[in-house]
Design a protein around this ligand. Structure first.
Ligand SMILES: [Fe+2]
Length: 358
């Protein structure tokens, strides 16, 4: 598998998932407990009491403090232990690591890696997920497969024709060649497929009300490791953006995935669908939510199956790649070089590793 890319921001949850209940989620193999303070700030701490390892997520939140459910060790929002049972003095080393957190674009992002590198790394943006000009449906499906299988899946949408026929797949998706561009400096992989005259799949026919054939543009923008966006444009055949760059006669759907490894063999598959039409229309929202979730679950079934195949295969198995795979292969190369970079950084500065917020 592609190893984990550390020293990056990852989507840990939707903001709506984190409240005044302790919430556990494992990110890149690190068990983390989340909660919201009384003032509404998201706090993320290592989910393991410093004393006897009891999960803090199975403990009690009192005010802004977590009281361990095993022996009552009490932690503040910085992870510092402020009280231990049976003695006045709290050992100086009694603290759990705190994670840096940013809430943005409906997501809770968490920094995984060396604390002092977070500041210099901007949190990726997906502005349509928190924009009055869009209506959003969303979900998260757990995947029992390594994250790179999901990267492969999303970078090559020709699978829509076969795996998602009757939902979002039509013959034109697989038949239309793609163009791939790689921006090494900004670390973005772009994959585009513009279909000028295509069948309108039910996903778009029912949500837009378009009857007949469409121009359908798929412009993928993948920012490894976590953020994947599919800019989808649908319009009646022949309708193009205007010369001034505006595009009022087309329907725009921003499909956003956050790909967050849970463990080496499991992944949090966050999906959101933002549209700039039928704003606030609950019937359209219900249809798109149900339809997209079905599509995501079709992928989950396929990728869970692939994970089992990959786990059982002999070392050195060589798969065959063709033109449709150029985006996926570029993404893999980028992930590999980012992982290597992270390892080299960690070796250069071992003292910085594992530092916590104070
Ligand atoms: Fe899919």
């Amino acid at each position: 598998m592609t190893e984990f890319v550390r020293n990056q921001w990852y989507v840990a949850a939707y903001g709506t998932e984190i409240g005044r209940e302790l919430f556990a989620r494992t990110i890149l193999g690190e068990p983390i407990v989340f909660h919201r303070t009384e003032a509404g700030e998201v706090v993320a701490l290592a989910d393991r009491c410093v004393h006897r390892r009891y999960p803090l997520s199975e403990s009690r939140l009192e005010g802004d403090r977590i009281i361990c459910g095993y022996h009552g060790f009490t932690y503040d929002t910085s992870g510092r232990c402020v009280s231990v049972p049976g003695q006045k003095r709290v050992p100086r080393t009694a603290r759990v690591p705190a994670y840096r957190v940013v809430e943005q674009d409906s997501f809770v992002w968490v920094w995984i890696g060396e604390e002092d590198r977070a500041e210099a790394t901007p949190v990726p943006r997906a502005p349509w997920l928190d924009d009055d000009g869009y209506t959003v449906v969303r979900g998260m499906e757990p995947l029992a497969a390594r994250y790179d299988l999901l990267v492969d899946n999303l970078l090559d949408l020709s699978h829509e024709t076969y795996l998602h026929g009757g939902y979002i797949g039509t013959p034109e998706v697989a038949d239309t060649p793609i163009t791939t561009e790689v921006d090494e400096a900004e670390r973005v992989v772009y994959v585009s497929r513009h279909m000028d005259d295509a069948e309108c799949p039910p996903f778009y026919a029912r949500s837009t009300g378009i009857e007949g054939r469409i121009t359908r543009w798929q412009d993928i923008e993948y920012r490894p490791p976590c953020l994947y966006q599919l800019h989808s444009r649908i319009a009646p055949v022949g309708v193009l953006p205007r010369e001034d760059g505006t595009d009022p006669d087309a329907f725009h759907v921003e499909v956003v995935y956050a790909i967050t490894p849970e463990t080496e063999n499991s992944t949090h598959d966050f999906w959101s669908v933002a549209r700039d039409f039928a704003l606030g229309d609950e019937e359209v929202s219900a249809f798109l939510r149900e339809n997209n979730r079905t599509v995501v679950l079709q992928d989950v079934v396929a990728l869970d199956l692939l994970e089992k195949v990959v786990e059982q295969e002999a070392d050195g198995y060589q798969e065959l790649s063709v033109n449709i795979d150029t985006g996926g292969l570029a993404a893999r190369r980028m992930l590999r070089s980012m992982a290597e970079q992270g390892r080299a950084d960690a070796e250069r500065a071992p003292a910085a590793a594992g530092r916590v917020r104070s």
